[in-house]
Design a protein. Structure first.
Length: 319
């Protein structure tokens, strides 16, 4: 009988030791410690940006305008200050944020002094009067380039990205712990790296304003003799902040008419006229009628650059 009791006692002690050892392993395991730590941290992504695009004088073509973005740890005091700053327009949203208890970000027109609110100046990628939108292009919802330089240099601009992130200590319900220390990571300085174009923003603005008189077309300004493009405007233009409206427009403002392929057509008449002048075939300012059968295959279509019996008026010799 004593032997059975002794054996049972030994088995019981062995089980207790195994249980204690398991508890020690669970409580001291690095992966469990990290998991417990991550559950007590809340990450708030305030803003993200990518590399910049500059003109030939290193003037930014994107991200020049800044906006105030607030990272908020919701408390009665901070929500009250925000409600006052927004004049009650966001009261419903702020009430839900307070009930939820999780940190959030929102745009504000002015700064508010509160220990639970942190402000950051975040660049707006495009302005309402964006310069050279057909050259710069735009990005999609994931932040990748769709057209223009944004697409052509997507990889480089993406590698020059930056962000603002705030880490809060929260309880088991995800609510911010009052008075707990928070960590701010701001790498927006890295977005100053980017791409330099040959455009000149001053010339581009003049060209863009002047081209508004056109219904459709394009204006390109190049520098002689290198041929560097100093300005380029395609009409009608569009706002990169509202691509949806541009896509629905029947005038196709998303098309870059400066770079679009056009059939040469009557443009070649200038060559023929120049040859006539050089050979002094045209002697007077009167009309000259001639025949040419020059043709060129473009985009799988035969384009007659000069139709027969075209009538040319020589208005000024050498023009």
């Amino acid at each position: 009988m004593k032997k059975k009791a002794y054996a049972f006692f030994c088995v019981l002690m062995a089980l207790l030791c195994a249980a204690c050892l398991s508890i020690v392993n669970v409580s001291s395991g690095a992966e469990y410690v990290m998991a417990a730590g991550s559950q007590s941290i809340y990450r708030l992504d305030v803003a993200k940006a990518r590399g910049s695009i500059y003109d030939c004088n290193l003037q930014p073509l994107v991200g020049e305008k800044k906006q105030n973005v607030a990272a908020v740890a919701p408390t009665i005091e901070s929500i009250g200050a925000l409600d006052q700053a927004t004049e009650g327009e966001k009261r419903g949203y702020l009430a839900n944020a307070l009930e939820n208890g999780k940190p959030f970000a929102m745009e504000l027109s002015r700064k508010i002094k509160d220990s639970c609110i942190n402000f950051f100046q975040v660049p707006e990628r495009y302005s309402e009067e964006q310069l050279a939108p057909h050259v710069v292009g735009y990005v999609d919802g994931t932040g990748h380039g769709v057209t223009g330089v944004e697409l052509a240099m997507d990889d480089l601009l993406g590698r020059s990205s930056g962000e603002v992130t705030v880490y809060y200590q929260v309880d088991a319900l995800g609510r911010v712990i009052p008075g707990a220390e928070k960590k701010i990571v701001d790498t927006l300085e890295e977005t100053k790296a980017g791409v330099v174009l040959t455009l000149d923003s001053k010339i581009q603005r003049l060209v863009q304003d002047a081209s508004e008189k056109l219904e459709k077309g394009a204006v390109v300004v190049t520098e002689v003799p290198d041929g560097e493009i100093r300005a380029l405007a395609s009409v009608p233009g569009y706002s990169p902040n509202d691509v949806g409206s541009a896509a629905a427009n029947e005038d196709s403002p998303l098309v870059n008419r400066a770079f679009s392929a056009y059939s040469p057509g009557s443009v070649f008449k200038l060559v023929t006229a120049a040859e006539e002048l050089e050979e002094e075939v045209i002697e007077t300012l009167e009309k000259k009628i001639f025949t040419s059968e020059f043709s060129k295959e473009v985009s799988e279509q035969l384009q007659n650059n000069i139709q027969k019996n075209q009538e040319i008026t020589q208005k000024q010799r050498g023009s």
